[in-house]
Design a protein around this ligand. Structure first.
Ligand code: FE2
Ligand code: FE2
Length: 255
């Protein structure tokens, strides 16, 4: 099974581009083209959060528009920049603008894909409430080889400013993962960088952003504000999974 992970596109409408100096809309459009031409084709695409930069309806409509030519099913996780009520109304076409967490699981080619919602509304860091962790525990007991997709990394990545902003209060999450020997991969976004952390039988991978990359060492301006973005090109992760075995690569775009 092949998964393409498009993470952190941080879309705003064309008239409001760029975002941190990059045209994130053009970059996502280029990524969709590249994904459509991959061989072998992906079975599915996951977008691991921060689909939009500003929580507005216009931005989600721009995401929807850019994704229209994508030839594969696309599943999304909530990031800290997402806004559930607008996401639900525009992207899921739900009649009510509900703010309930958006988490779900799907089975593909004998694997279970579990998509978590780590958004802690109003915070940059992430959190998982007990209801969702109870559900996760049940989903991981299926016996199928499993992959978790979530925005916030559940463990430190080794960069101080990023590690203040990952999944907080992760103890129960880690206990659940440790008990699930069918869990092999945890795919995350949020840090706009490619990191790998080993958690016993599972591996945590973070992805570069398909919109803009972050610096490990932010530049501090004279006024004290931080420059966190770089001008490196957009990129996405490809993961090929066969039961407990997997391999991965990063696909770099030219813009
Ligand atoms: Fe992000
Ligand atoms: Fe984020």
């Amino acid at each position: 099974m092949r998964i393409v992970q498009l993470s952190d596109p941080h879309i705003v409408p064309a008239a409001q581009q760029p975002v941190h100096g990059q045209d994130t809309l053009e970059r996502l459009r280029a990524a969709v083209n590249a994904v459509n031409q991959l061989s072998p084709s992906p079975d599915l695409v996951v977008m691991t959060g921060d689909q939009i930069n500003d929580g507005t309806e216009a931005s989600y409509r721009a995401v929807k528009d850019v994704l229209t030519p994508l030839r594969f099913p696309c599943h999304m996780a909530m990031g800290n920049h997402d806004y559930r009520p607008v996401f639900r109304r525009v992207m899921l076409e739900e009649p009510e603008a509900a703010s309930a967490p958006y988490y779900y699981a799907l089975d593909r080619s004998g694997h279970r894909i579990i998509v978590l919602d780590t958004q802690d509304e109003g915070e940059v860091s992430g959190r998982l409430e007990d209801d969702q962790l109870d559900w996760l525990e049940r989903e991981l007991s299926s016996g199928l080889p499993s992959v978790i997709c979530m925005h916030h990394p559940p463990v430190p990545v080794g960069v101080a400013w990023m590690d203040e902003l990952i999944l907080l209060d992760n103890a129960r999450f880690l206990r659940i993962c440790a008990a699930a020997d069918t869990l092999h991969l945890i795919l995350c976004g949020h840090v706009h960088h490619d990191f790998r952390m080993d958690l016993g039988h599972a591996t945590v991978l973070t992805a570069p952003s398909v919109g803009l990359q972050f610096r490990k060492d932010p530049v501090i301006r004279p006024d004290g504000s931080r420059v966190i973005a770089t001008d490196e090109p957009a990129a996405f992760r490809i993961v090929d999974i066969d039961g407990p075995r997997w391999k991965t690569s990063i696909h770099h775009l030219s813009l």
